[in-house]
Design a protein around this ligand. Sequence first.
Ligand code: 2P0
Length: 311
Amino acid sequence: MISAVAHPNVALIKYWGKSHDALRIPATPSISIPLLALRTETRIEVAPTHDEITISGQPDTSGRIGRWLHCLRGDFELDIPPLAVRSHSNFPLAAGLASSASGFAALTLAINTLLDLDLDTASLSRLARLGSASAARSITTGFVSLDGQASTHDAWRARKALDWEDWPLGVCVAICSHASKAVSSADGMRLSRDTSPAYTAWLEGNRRMYARAARAVAERDFDALSAAARWSFFGMLTVMQTSDPPLRYLNASTFAVIQAIDALREQGVPVFFTCDAGPQVKCIHLPECAELVEARIQAVPGVQEVIRACP
Ligand code: 2P0
C-alpha cells in the first residue's frame, strides 16, 4: 500500500477558462500558495479486477478519477494496474477549497511511487493537470506558477517560483458555507468562455497581472502582490457575474468578510483577500498580524468557522 499527501492551494492569480477542455489546458497562467493546514491523504493499492475509488469513505459517484485513470492508461500509455484508491481530506469538499487539486495531486504522487516512475515536478504536474488543472499547482508547495506558452499539453506545467520558507505568509480562511457548489468549476468556466462579454479582456488583463505577481513574488513585495491578486479576483468575479446565466458562488457573508478585510487594509494592516468558485474567503497577511485578522473575520456575522491555513 502506498500513501501520499498533498495540500490544496489558493490561486492569487486565477485560472478561469480553458483553451482545451479535454486536456484541461488553462487559457491563462496562474500563481498559487499552499494551504498547509489542509491536507488530502490518498492511499492506493493494486485491486483484483477493476478500480475501486472512495472519497472520505463514499464511492466516487462522479466517475472523475476513473475517467482520468482511463485517460492515463489510454492516451498517455501508462501501465497502471486496477487500483483501490482511498482518499481522505481534513476540510469540506466541493466548497471552493480546492479539494480536487489536493486529491488529484496526492493520487498522482502515489501512482508515481507505486509504479516507480520517478517523474520530476513538471511531468507530475502535467499528469495531475489532466485531472484538475489546479492540481498541477498542488504537486509541490511554495509559490507555484502554472503556465505555458502554447496550447499544447506538454507546454503547460507547474513550477516552484519561490520556496515557502523564503516568504512564509499567513493565510486565514473564513468558511462562509459548508454547502457544495451548484455549478462545477469546469462547467462554470465553459459557461464564462461561451457567454461572458468580459472574457477576452479578462484573459488579457490576467496575463498582465501574472507578470506583475511573478515579479512581486521574486521581490517579496506584499503591496504589489496584493494589487495584482485583487485585480485577478475581481476580474474573475466580473466574468462570473457577466456569464449567462450568472455564476453566483459567493454569499452575503463572503462580501461582509471582504469589507472587513478592506477596512483593515485601509487602517494599514498588511492583508488582502481572494475567493474562488465558492463562498469561502482566503485572507493573506504578513505573519505578525495573524491574530488581528483572525479575530476580525471571526466577528463577521455568518462566518461559520475560521481556519488558520498557514503557517
Ligand atoms: C484557481 N479555480 O485558479 C481557480 C480560481 C477556481 C477559481 O482552479 O476544470 O477544479 O478541474 O481544471 O482546477 C478550480 O478549478 O477546474 C480552480 P478543472 P479546477 O484556483
